[in-house]
Design a protein around this ligand. Structure first.
Ligand SMILES: NC(=O)c1ccc[n+]([C@@H]2O[C@H](COP(=O)([O-])OP(=O)(O)OC[C@H]3O[C@@H](n4cnc5c(N)ncnc54)[C@H](OP(=O)(O)O)[C@@H]3O)[C@@H](O)[C@H]2O)c1
Length: 255
């Protein structure tokens, strides 16, 4: 079977930001298992290398690039290097993210900018850089990691909720712009998943129990569950899903 005859995401080139750990890593592994070639982007070289080795063991093609996705210069240079070394990107997963949990009085402008730059502005920069790879080729997928905090809120999450609600708006508007090119743009809104981002909650038995008691399914999400969803969204069967957001939250937002 030639590459062209394979069913997406097989044979496609997927770039995942924040792929060094957590949900980004899980999506990279799942896409590689489904036959995609993967480009991993993050800042931590050692962690990127660990993910690369895991994916190489699956027999998939993999490239790693160190970049800070909040920097316009670094994103521009990343695009140049990816194009030269790996080729044109078919699937872009904007997953890099950060959370700062502080009440209004303690939240500084620097905290606010860090969260907005990482969770929202970086997606604008990455889409500016990589959408040209997808134009005119009849297939393209952009997945933005939104959050249940795009839909609902918690105290102490002003910057995070603002960034993720903004990202949902970006997802919808960009989907409309890119629909004529058959490039879909979809959000994945995870509920609580036990990753590094939630370590402060998981390691505090009281907070951990409090959190679990708020999840109707009574458990943290498994990172593999996000990986499978990303693979589905990149398939041809998901080609009619665009400009929307898929909640995967154990029932959190149904309450
Ligand atoms: N876990 C959850 O429960 C949950 C719930 C809802 C939404 N989400 C969203 O899902 C995404 C992934 O979350 P996660 O739980 O996997 O978080 P995580 O374990 O903290 O991983 C975050 C990833 O983003 C990368 N990153 C952060 N800032 C970056 C920057 N400036 N440039 C490049 N890479 C950067 C980190 O790598 P380096 O530090 O090496 O750069 C890391 O690979 C985030 O957007 C998060 O908001 C998570």
């Amino acid at each position: 079977m030639t590459v062209e005859q394979k069913r997406p995401p097989a044979g496609k080139l997927a770039l995942i930001t924040g792929a060094s750990r957590g949900l980004g890593r899980a999506m990279a592994v799942a896409l590689a298992e489904a036959g995609a070639k993967v480009v991993l982007v993050a800042r931590d070289r050692a962690k990127l290398e660990e993910t690369r080795q895991e994916i190489e063991r699956l027999g998939a093609r993999v490239w790693t690039f160190q970049a800070d996705v909040t920097s316009e210069d670094q994103v521009r240079e990343l695009e140049r290097q990816v194009r030269e070394q790996a080729g044109l990107v078919d699937i872009l997963i904007n997953n890099a993210g950060v959370n700062v949990r502080k009440p209004l009085e303690e939240l500084t402008l620097a905290d606010w900018r860090l969260v907005l730059d990482t969770n929202l502005t970086s997606v604008f920069l990455m889409c500016k850089a990589f959408v040209p790879h997808m134009r005119g080729r009849g297939y393209g997928r952009i997945i933005n990691m939104t959050s249940i905090m795009s839909w609902v809120a918690l105290p102490g999450r002003i910057a995070y909720c603002s960034s993720k609600a903004g990202l949902l708006g970006l997802t919808r508007a960009l989907a409309l712009e890119l629909a004529p090119e058959n490039i879909t743009v979809v959000g994945i809104s995870p509920g609580p998943f036990a990753t590094e981002m939630n370590r402060v909650l998981i390691e505090n038995p009281k907070l951990n129990q409090e959190f679990i008691s708020r999840i109707p399914l009574g458990r943290w999400g498994k990172v593999e569950e996000i990986g499978k969803l990303a693979v589905y969204l990149c398939s041809e069967e998901a080609g009619f899903i665009t400009g929307t957001d898929i909640l995967i939250d154990g029932g959190w937002t149904a309450q």
